[in-house]
Design a protein around this ligand. Structure first.
Ligand SMILES: Cc1cc2nc3c(=O)[nH]c(=O)nc-3n(C[C@H](O)[C@H](O)[C@H](O)COP(=O)(O)OP(=O)(O)OC[C@H]3O[C@@H](n4cnc5c(N)ncnc54)[C@H](O)[C@@H]3O)c2cc1C
Ligand SMILES: Cc1cc2nc3c(=O)[nH]c(=O)nc-3n(C[C@H](O)[C@H](O)[C@H](O)COP(=O)(O)O)c2cc1C
Ligand code: SF4
Length: 644
C-alpha cells in the first residue's frame, strides 16, 4: 500500500505517508502550559498507533502581545519549556514517528475576548469573531517584528529540544492569515496593500524561522479559499502556494474555510467525507513540494485513494486519530472493521474546548486520559448484566467483556442501536452508521452474550443473579400536553425517522433543537417536502451546540428553504395542521403531518424498581439524564471500567 511506503519531506525521512493533524490540546498541558505527562501520553499513543508524523496543535510563541488563548495552549516561549518538549520528542521518536511542532503567531480577531485582560489585536481594526461588540486594534510595526522574533526564537528552541519540523499556522483566519487576507488587512504600511505587502508578515516569519532552524523542514498550513464573501478565492490561494514554495517551504498543508465558514475548516457530520479534497487537488496540481491534505479522511479506502490517485502526498488525520489512535496499525493489518470511527460530531473535541474543558472524544473516552482511565483486566470473573443495546449499553458491555468479565446484554428491540438508529437515519448523518457497525462488531469480538427481543423486568433481572447490573434503558418520548397530540398524524422524531411514514407534501416539525432541525432538513432537502419548523424560543438550535455543527445545520435548513417560525407557541394540533400563537396573535398553519421534536425524558422506571432488589446496580446514559452519544458512551465506559 503506497500509503505505508517511506517518504521524505525536505531533510525528514518518514516511515509512511500518514500524519496526525495539528489539534489544539486545551486542558492537557501542565499548569504552566508546558508539555506535561498527559500531553506526552496523548501524543505517544498516536505515535504508537503507527503514524509517520505527529503534528502538535498550535503552541504559543509570545504571551505579551496577545492573551486569552495563551492560557489554554502549550507554550514554547521560554527555555523553561524545552525540557518537557524534549521528553515529548523522545516519546514520539521511540515509536519511529516524527514530531512536527506547530507554532502560532497569534489568534488575532478569533481569540477569546471574554476574561482576557489584553485587548485583541489583528492586522487592522477588525470585528472579533467570538464577540462582535469588540474590535481589534492594529498591531504596530514594532509589535509585528517582535512577533517575528518570538516565532523564530521558539522554533530555534524546538529544534534544540529534538523536534523534527515546524508547522507554521498560516491558515483559517488566524493572525498570519489575517495579515495575508485583504478582508482583514487594510493597512497602508509595508505590511498591507497588495499580496506582497500582505504576505510580508508570513514571509518574515518564514525567513526568520529558516534562519533559526537551518535545513529542518518547515511546513506551511494555509487556506487557498476562505469560502466567504470578500475572503480569499482559489486564484489568490494558488499564488500564495507558488510564493511559499519559492520562499523555501518544504511542504504545503492545505486547509479550507475560516471561522465564518467553520464547517469547512472542521467539517461537521453534515459534510461529505473528503470535503476539502478539491482544494488539495488544485494545490497539488501546481506544487513541486509535497502536499498534505485532510478533512474527514477517516475512511481507509478514501485515505488510500487520496495517495494512490495523487490528490495529496500525505493523508493527515485529525479527529479520526482522536477517535482511534491505532488507525494506521489497524489499516496496515487489514483490521478496518476494528477502527473506532470518528462521527464528526465535534462535541468532545471542539465543543468541550469552548466550554474550557479538556480535549476529549465522544467515541473514545480515553482520549486525553490515556493513563488516568487506562483499562485493566478484571481481578475476578464477575457476572455482569447490561440492559439496553443503545450506545451506552453497548460500550459498557464491550469494555466489561474485554476486561474478562462474563457479560450478557438484553435488548428489548429486534436490533441493537437504541436511538443511534433514528440518529443515523437522515441522509446527511451517515457518519453514525460506521459507529453502529463498530459497536456491534465489538460486542461480538469481546464475547458478549447478546439477547435481542429480551425485555428486562425487575423479576427477570433479580432471577438472573448478576454481580453487577448496568441499566442503559435510555429515554422515552414525553409529549407536551397540547390538545391533539394523540392524533394519528402526530409522530415523535425518533419514530418518524425510524419508520419513515408516508406523509403528504407539507410537514410541520415542532421543536427546533438539533434533533428537530435535522428532521426538518431531512424532509426538506432529501425528501423535497415543504417544511415548517416551529420553535417556542427565539432561535433555532440551542445555545451550546458547537459552532461547525451549528453552521452546518443552519445551511441545510437554508438549502431546504425550511419555513422557520421562532417565538411561536403551538396551542393545538388538528388534522389540518396546528394552531400557533405569536406575539399574542393566533394563527393556523396547515400541514399534513406533525413531527414532535420537543424532547425526551430519562426512563428510570427499571432502576427505581430494581435498585433495592439487586446487590450492585448502576444506571447510565439517557436513562439518567437525556444527553448525547458522548454522555452515553462515556458513562457506559466508566460503568464497566470501575468494576472491581
Ligand atoms: C432522532 C434523534 C437523533 C439524535 N441524534 C444525535 C446525534 O446526532 N448526536 C448525538 O450525540 N446524539 C444524538 N441523539 C441522542 C442519542 O442518540 C442518545 O443520547 C443516545 O442514543 C443515548 O444512548 P443510551 O444508550 O443511553 O440510550 P438509547 O440509545 O435510548 O438506548 C436504550 C436502549 O435500551 C432499550 N431498553 C429500554 N428498556 C429496556 C428493557 N426494559 N429491556 C431491554 N431493553 C430495554 C431500548 O430498546 C434501547 O435500545 C439523537 C436522538 C434522537 C432521538
Ligand atoms: C479540537 C481541534 C483542534 C484543532 N486545532 C488546530 C490547531 O491548533 N492547528 C491547526 O492547524 N488545526 C487545528 N485543527 C484543525 C485540524 O488540524 C484539521 O484541519 C481538521 O480537524 C480537519 O481534519 P479532520 O477531519 O481529519 O479532523 C483542530 C481541529 C480540532 C478538531
Ligand atoms: S468528538 Fe466527535 S468529532 Fe471529535 S474526534 Fe470524537 S467523534 Fe470525532
Amino acid at each position: 500500500m503506497k500509503m505505508f511506503e517511506r517518504s521524505q519531506i525536505g531533510t525528514m525521512s518518514l516511515r509512511n505517508r500518514l500524519a496526525m493533524a495539528p489539534m489544539g490540546t486545551n486542558g492537557l498541558t501542565d499548569i504552566d502550559c508546558g508539555y506535561g505527562r498527559r500531553l506526552i501520553e496523548f501524543y505517544e499513543a498516536r505515535a504508537r498507533g503507527g503514524l509517520g508524523m505527529v503534528m502538535t496543535g498550535a503552541a504559543i510563541t509570545n504571551t505579551e502581545i496577545e492573551g486569552g488563548i495563551a492560557h489554554l495552549l502549550p507554550r514554547i516561549d521560554s527555555p523553561a519549556y524545552m525540557g518537557r518538549l524534549s521528553e515529548l520528542a523522545d516519546a514520539v521518536h521511540n515509536h519511529d514517528c516524527k514530531l512536527v511542532l506547530q507554532l502560532t503567531a497569534g489568534f488575532g480577531r478569533v481569540n477569546f475576548v471574554e476574561n482576557n485582560p489584553i485587548p485583541p489585536v489583528s492586522a487592522s481594526e477588525n470585528v472579533c469573531f467570538l464577540d462582535p461588540t469588540v474590535t481589534t486594534r492594529a498591531l504596530t510595526t514594532d509589535e509585528i517584528q517582535q512577533l517575528v522574533v518570538s516565532y523564530a526564537t521558539s522554533a530555534g528552541m524546538a529544534k534544540i529540544a529534538g523536534v523534527d519540523a515546524i508547522s507554521i499556522q498560516g491558515y483559517g483566519g488566524y493572525i498570519i492569515d489575517q495579515f495575508m487576507s485583504a478582508l482583514w488587512n487594510r493597512r497602508d504600511d509595508e505590511y498591507g496593500g497588495d499580496l506582497d505587502g500582505r504576505m510580508r508578515f508570513a514571509m518574515e516569519i518564514l525567513g526568520a524561522t529558516r534562519a533559526a532552524v537551518g535545513d529542518m523542514p518547515i511546513i506551511f498550513k494555509f487556506t487557498p479559499d476562505h469560502f466567504i464573501e470578500g475572503g480569499r478565492t482559489l486564484e489568490e490561494g494558488l499564488e500564495i502556494a507558488r510564493r511559499l514554495e519559492a520562499a523555501g517551504v518544504d511542504a504545503l498543508h492545505v486547509d479550507a474555510g475560516c471561522y465564518e465558514a467553520w464547517d469547512r475548516v472542521i467539517p461537521s457530520m453534515y459534510e461529505k467525507p473528503g470535503s476539502q479534497l478539491e482544494l488539495v487537488k488544485a494545490i497539488k496540481e501546481i506544487a513541486t513540494v509535497p502536499v498534505i491534505g485532510h478533512g474527514k479522511l477517516g475512511n481507509p479506502k478514501l485515505a488510500q485513494s487520496v495517495i494512490d490517485e495523487g490528490i495529496a502526498d500525505y493523508v493527515c488525520l485529525g479527529r479520526p486519530v482522536l477517535a482511534d489512535p491505532e488507525w494506521p496499525n489497524k489499516v496496515r493489518a487489514g483490521l478496518e472493521s476494528q477502527i473506532k470511527p470518528c462521527i464528526a460530531c465535534n462535541d468532545a473535541c471542539i465543543g468541550r474546548g469552548y466550554e474550557m474543558k479538556y480535549l476529549g472524544c465522544t467515541v473514545n473516552p480515553l482520549t486525553g486520559m490515556e493513563r488516568t482511565y487506562e483499562v485493566f483486566p478484571a481481578t475476578s470473573k464477575k457476572k455482569v448484566l447490561v440492559v439496553g443495546g443503545g450506545p451506552g449499553g453497548m460500550e459498557a458491555a464491550r469494555v466489561a467483556a474485554e476486561r474478562g468479565l462474563d457479560v450478557t446484554l438484553w435488548e428489548q428491540g429486534a436490533e441493537l442501536g437504541g436511538k443511534l438508529l433514528p440518529a443515523a437515519a437522515p441522509s446527511f448523518k451517515q457518519d453514525i452508521i460506521p459507529l453502529l457497525a463498530y459497536m456491534k462488531h465489538g460486542l461480538e469480538q469481546a464475547g458478549v452474550k447478546v439477547e435481542l427481543g429480551r425485555v428486562a423486568t425487575p423479576d427477570a433481572i433479580e432471577a438472573f443473579g448478576a454481580d453487577r447490573v448496568i441499566l442503559a434503558t435510555g429515554s422515552r418520548f414525553s409529549p407536551p400536553p397540547i390538545p391533539g397530540v394523540d392524533l394519528d398524524n402526530v409522530y415523535s422524531s425518533a419514530q418518524f425517522l425510524s419508520d419513515k411514514p408516508e406523509t403528504g407534501g407539507h410537514v410541520i416539525v415542532i421543536g427546533a433543537g438539533l434533533c428537530g432541525s435535522e428532521v426538518a432538513a431531512e424532509l426538506a432537502v432529501t425528501d423535497g417536502k415543504k417544511v415548517t419548523l416551529v420553535e417556542m424560543a427565539g432561535e433555532v438550535v440551542p445555545e451550546g451546540t458547537n459552532i461547525p455543527t451549528l453552521m452546518g445545520i443552519r445551511s441545510l435548513l437554508a438549502q431546504g428553504q425550511v419555513d422557520i417560525r421562532v417565538d411561536t407557541k403551538v396551542m393545538e394540533i388538528t388534522r389540518e395542521g396546528i394552531i400557533a400563537e405569536r406575539d399574542g396573535k393566533s394563527e393556523a398553519i396547515a400541514g399534513d403531518a406533525i413531527v414532535m421534536a420537543t424532547g425526551y425524558v430519562p426512563d428510570a422506571t427499571l432502576r427505581d424498581a430494581v435498585e433495592s432488589r439487586v446487590a450492585d446496580c448502576v444506571a447510565i446514559g439517557d436513562s439518567v439524564k437525556v444527553g448525547k452519544i458522548l454522555n452515553a458512551i462515556w458513562s457506559g465506559f466508566h460503568a464497566a471500567r470501575v468494576i472491581e
